[in-house]
Design a protein around this ligand. Structure first.
Ligand code: UDP
Length: 149
């Protein structure tokens, strides 16, 4: 089964969207295997967004991600990396389709509510960066035969 790293950003936590966001992934049929509310250190934020370190928005992005608690999560399911990106929607919430998290709840790119890994290599790296092995729980939901044929 594929796993991905998702993080509800400080704006999603402050706007009380934690339950709504988790519910969208649960009702899709995906499985939560890791979850923690945490403050993000500057070091972790910079490592997570290292690919953007030369961009003009980098400093603001690091300020934002470290400005309040986030909810870090690992989710599991068939095809979840690409599917979660669809559920999240386009980076700029004004371009994101209605029905997506960013399309339904966001307005500006610097407050786009949630992060999702963009491929299988980054998913593995991000899960390792944010979670210890013992913080992840492997389990088989009894409902799965009603979700997977
Ligand atoms: N970002 C920003 N301004 C920009 C572009 C990106 O603040 O002009 C932030 C935004 O929070 C985005 C994150 O940087 O989610 C990472 O950008 P990326 O292009 O990887 O988008 P994502 O994978 O999150 O959709």
């Amino acid at each position: 089964m594929e796993r991905t790293f998702l993080m509800i950003k400080p704006d999603g936590v402050q706007r009380n969207l934690v339950g709504e966001i988790i519910q969208r992934l649960e009702t899709k049929g995906f499985t939560l295997v890791g979850l923690k509310l945490m403050s993000v250190s500057r070091e972790l934020a910079e490592q997570h967004y290292a690919v953007h370190k030369d961009k003009g928005f980098f400093a603001g992005l690091i300020e934002f991600i470290t400005s309040g608690p986030v909810v870090a999560m690992v989710w599991e399911g068939e095809g979840i990396i690409a599917s979660a990106r669809k559920i999240i929607g386009a980076t700029n919430p004004l371009s994101a389709e209605p029905g997506t998290i960013r399309g339904d709840f966001g307005v500006t790119v610097g407050r786009n509510l949630i992060h999702g890994s963009d491929g299988s290599d980054t998913a593995k790296e991000e899960i390792k960066l944010w979670f210890k092995d013992e913080e992840l729980v492997s389990w088989q939901p009894t409902i799965n035969p009603w979700i997977y044929e």
